[in-house]
Design a protein around this ligand. Sequence first.
Ligand code: UAG
Length: 512
Amino acid sequence: MRPTTSPPRPLTGLATMLDADSGTSRSPHAALTGVTIDSRNVRRGDLYVALPGHQAHGAAFAADAMAKGAVAVLTDRAGRGAAVATGLPVLIVPDPRALLGQISSWVYGQPAHDIQILGVTGTSGKSTTTFMIEAGLRAAGHTAGLVGGVEIHAGGVRFQPTLTTPEASELHGLFALMREEGVSAAVMEVSSHALALGRVDGIFYDVALFTNLSQDHLDFHKDFDDYFATKTRLFQPELSRAGVTNIDDRYGRELLDLAKVPMTTFSATGDPEAEWRALDTRLGADGSAFRVVGPGGVEAEARVSLPGPFNVANALGAIVTLVEAGVPLQSAVHGVGTLTGVPGRMQRVTAAGDDFQAIVDYSHKPGAVESVLRSLRSVTTGRLTIVLGCGGDRDKGKRPIMGELAAGLADVAVFTSDNPRSEDPLAILATMMEGALRVPQHDRAHVIIEPDRAAAIGLAIARAGRGDVIVVAGKGHEQGQYVSGEVIPFDDREVVAESIAARKESTESRKH
Ligand SMILES: CC(=O)N[C@H]1[C@@H](OP(=O)(O)OP(=O)(O)OC[C@H]2O[C@@H](n3ccc(=O)[nH]c3=O)[C@H](O)[C@@H]2O)O[C@H](CO)[C@@H](O)[C@@H]1O[C@H](C)C(=O)N[C@@H](C)C(=O)N[C@H](CCC(=O)O)C(=O)O
């Protein structure tokens, strides 16, 4: 699979004549075949949209965009000078980002109108649920598409994304690519950044799903209320036809009062108030079985091949979303049950014969860390070890919470670096330790501080005993570590596999 900062594009954009008069343009008309906000990704025929940013103004790259073949520039007053200097046709508007979705949709020939689109929002479970929904769409005979933080599937084209929800210019290009690939229905993760920044403008969701909400992204949102309010925007008639919500989650229940589209409720704990419920749930180490009961007494036997109660909630949310989108219940249940794994989500790295389990998981938020530890506890016969860190230059409030959860729920907690960015890793770990110390000593995990992530993983694997479960949390499918402005190649799954091999080698050499 191709990792990319420059995603594949549709073969054909809609060549459209743009009337623009910059006063200095060489040509008053330009044929547009694409849109991009990043000069590094410009293709011949693109409209380059120069946006103001945190580091720079996009207009600073307008000349670069022109050299790569951009045929016009859309920007704001601040970007005018540099944009006009290119000699290209220039459009000046007060807020170019506010137009990005509609313009991109128009340039690519409104591809999102030709595809049934389902959206998934919430703090945890978005990626796994989108993979489940995609499997259900396929089971119902759709050529399916998927857009999310782990992978993008546009029919036969698959690649790795840079954002959970792409910018609007990229997103409409993706839907155009999907249309070319014959995709009839697609599911996508909708992040709160996307809703706040208008990345999904010009998209209409047939059904939108809310999974749950817990503390995250407070570096971007003013406070938790702002984070929740942003999520609720998806459930307004401008963006979606219908919604599905998890009423086991406090915010999923509150959403019922805030949504302005018809909502369907579900509960994985069998709450009688929910329209759809999971009953007789049987949790197992490799997955769970449960009975889905819906309105009018409809029911089906469901199976999810991913462990933990949170995957029962993900599966039920996926099934209800599929049914609301017109997929027959039996196809939805069958499709969801066929999913056997999502890269970097509770991904087992140890082999069947190993006497301990090593799992890599993307959990990097308090809610996710808590549910991963609670569900792994139920399948651990030995000690439960977690290796985790907290990102630098991001939501600092979650650091002590993560430290407290790890120290309170695991037997061994190894605190290590996870994208320290510009911060001192030891300073981040010290704040996590403050949280760990809130746990009374007799209940507290054995806490080890090792800022070198590879050494931390190696240490956890070397100490593993029979029946132990080691979860390496935070990175999941990601393949880099952000350190002081650089991305250093790092894949937890590879490092875990290498540590297991090193452990085997040292056991063998001790035998001889
Ligand atoms: C912190 C943040 O949100 N940054 C976003 C922001 O970057 P910025 O303001 O720093 O941009 P900048 O570097 O100043 O550049 C200004 C403009 O010049 C353009 N540029 C820049 C350099 C160049 O050579 N050529 C060029 O054209 C840039 O594309 C940009 O439009 O504007 C960019 C484009 O407008 C975004 O892509 C970028 O998202 C970054 C990559 C990011 O990491 N965002 C994260 C936080 C995010 O969106 N996360 C969510 C949620 C994840 C989840 O919960 O799963 C997501 O949906 O992924």
